[in-house]
Write a protein that binds this ligand. Structure first.
Ligand code: ATP
Length: 372
C-alpha cells in the first residue's frame, strides 16, 4: 500500500488555477522533495495534503484512506513550517508535548515521547527553555521534535531550512537525512532550493506553473532530464543553453549550426526537422578544455569563483551566449573540480564535445542525452 496518493488534484483561487491536475504516489519510507520556482504551487499542494487548503478537484489518500474531506487533525500528518510556529509562552518541553496532550495522551506518554524526540534531535539540554532563548537552528529542531512526538503517518516540511544561515542549512540537511533513516518515516518536503532536493530526496517531484514536469531520483533528473525546464532547474550552476539550427538530416544524425561558431556539429537528434531552432544543453563540467576532438570555442574569462577545491569560471564567448539564464548573464559557466590559475580577461579555449551535449526540441523535450 502507498503512504500517500495524490490523484488528479486541482486547486483554484477564484479564476486562477494554482494546481492543474497533479498525480503522484509515495511509497512507505520515501523522502519526497517537491521543488520548483516561486509560485509553482508546491506549497499549496503540501498545505492541501495537510488539510490546510481545500482542494477544488481530485483526491488525496494516506495509507489507502481517502482523507480529502478530513480535518487536518484527523489525517495523521504533522507539518513543520519555515517560521517554526512555536508557542512563545511555552517551554520547549511543552511545545513538543502539546499536541499529544490535547489528543488525550497520559502525562507519562507525553513525557516519554518528548524525551525520545529530544534525544533523536539532540536537544535534551534545552527542554526547559523558552523559544526566545534558542537559536534559529534549535528552534527548527523543536518544531521538528513537535512533529516527531505525534508519530505521524506522513511528515510534511514546508521550506524548513530557509530561515537558517548557509552553514546551519547544510548541517541540518545532514541531520534531516539521519532523522529520515532513523525514523524510516515517509516525508514530503517542499523547497525552491535544488541543492536540498538533490541531497535529501529519494525522489524529486519537479513542479512548474501548477504542473509536474518530471518525477525521479536525483541523479536520474540530473542525467536524464525530460525537458529543458528540468535540465535548467536541476544542477548548480545551471546548464548552459545554446541556440542552434538544424541544417541537414542524415538518418538519426543532424547537422547543427550555431551562431558564433564556424564549424557545424554532427550528432544524433531524433525527431527534429530541417530548419528547427533547437537548444543545445551542456553542463558546466561538460565544457572541456581544448582537446583534439570537438569544436573549439574561444572566449575570455569574465568572472572567476574560486571555491577552494573547485573553481567556477564564467566565460564571455562573444556572440555565442548561454540564454535563458538570469544568473549567468549570458556567460558560459565552466566548472573544474580543482584550483586553476586564471584571471579576469585571460583568453580561454573550450571544447564543445558532441558526446557531452543534450539537445532539446523546439517544444523543450529532450531528444538527446550525453553519452556516458
Ligand atoms: P513559493 O516558493 O514562493 O512559496 P510556491 O510554489 O509554494 O511558491 P504557492 O504558494 O503554492 O507557490 O502558490 C501557487 C500560486 O497560487 C501562486 O501563484 C500564488 O500567488 C497563488 N496563491 C497561493 N495562495 C493563494 C491564495 N490564498 N489566494 C490566491 N492565490 C493564491
Amino acid at each position: 500500500m502507498r503512504s500517500l496518493e495524490i490523484v488528479d488534484v486541482t486547486k483554484n483561487y477564484g479564476e486562477f488555477r494554482a494546481i492543474k491536475g497533479v498525480s503522484f504516489e509515495v511509497d512507505p519510507g520515501e523522502f519526497i522533495v517537491m521543488v520548483g520556482p516561486s509560485g509553482c504551487g508546491k506549497s499549496t499542494l503540501l498545505r492541501s495534503i495537510a488539510g490546510l487548503e481545500e482542494i477544488s478537484g481530485g483526491r488525496i489518500l494516506i495509507n489507502g484512506r481517502d482523507v480529502t474531506r478530513e480535518q487536518p487533525s484527523e489525517r495523521g500528518v504533522a507539518m513543520v513550517f519555515q517560521n517554526y510556529a512555536l508557542y512563545p509562552h511555552m517551554s520547549v518541553r511543552e511545545n513538543m508535548g502539546f499536541a499529544l496532550k490535547i489528543a488525550g495522551a497520559t502525562r507519562a506518554e507525553v513525557k516519554a515521547a518528548v524525551e525520545r524526540a529530544a534525544r533523536i534531535l539532540r536537544i535534551e539540554d534545552h527542554l526547559d527553555k523558552k523559544p526566545k532563548q534558542l537559536s534559529g537552528g534549535q528552534k527548527q529542531r523543536v518544531a521538528i521534535g513537535r512533529a516527531i512526538t505525534r508519530s505521524p503517518e506522513v511528515f510534511l516540511f514546508d521550506e524548513p531550512l530557509s530561515n537558517l544561515d548557509a552553514a546551519l542549512r547544510s548541517q541540518m540537511r545532514v541531520e534531516l537525512g539521519r532523522l529520515h533513516a532513523e525514523l524510516s518515516a515517509t516525508m514530503v518536503y517542499v523547497t525552491h532550493d535544488q541543492t536540498e532536493a538533490m541531497t535529501m530526496a529519494s525522489r524529486i517531484v519537479v513542479f512548474n506553473a501548477g504542473r509536474i514536469e518530471q518525477v525521479g531520483a536525483p541523479l536520474e533528473l540530473y542525467n536524464r532530464p525530460a525537458n529543458r525546464f528540468v535540465a535548467g532547474f536541476i544542477g548548480s550552476p545551471r546548464m548552459n543553453f545554446i541556440r542552434a539550427r538544424v541544417l541537414a538530416l542524415d538518418g538519426e544524425y543532424a547537422t547543427l549550426t550555431i551562431a558564433g561558431m564556424e564549424e557545424s556539429l554532427r550528432l544524433t537528434a531524433p525527431g527534429v526537422s530541417v530548419g528547427d531552432e533547437v537548444t543545445l544543453g551542456i553542463r558546466p563540467e561538460g565544457l572541456g578544455e581544448a582537446a583534439a576532438t570537438g569544436s573549439r570555442i574561444r572566449g575570455t574569462v569574465a568572472v572567476i569563483e574560486s571555491l577552494g577545491r573547485e573553481t567556477l569560471v564564467y566565460v564571455d564567448a562573444g556572440v555565442l551566449r548561454s540564454f535563458d539564464s538570469e544568473s549567468q548573464d549570458g556567460y558560459l559557466a565552466v566548472h573544474r573540480s580543482r584550483q586553476i590559475d586564471v584571471k579576469q580577461g585571460d583568453p580561454v579555449t573550450l571544447t564543445l564535445d558532441p558526446e557531452t551535449l543534450f539537445v532539446f526540441a523546439p517544444d523543450g523535450t529532450t531528444v538527446r542525452f550525453p553519452e556516458r
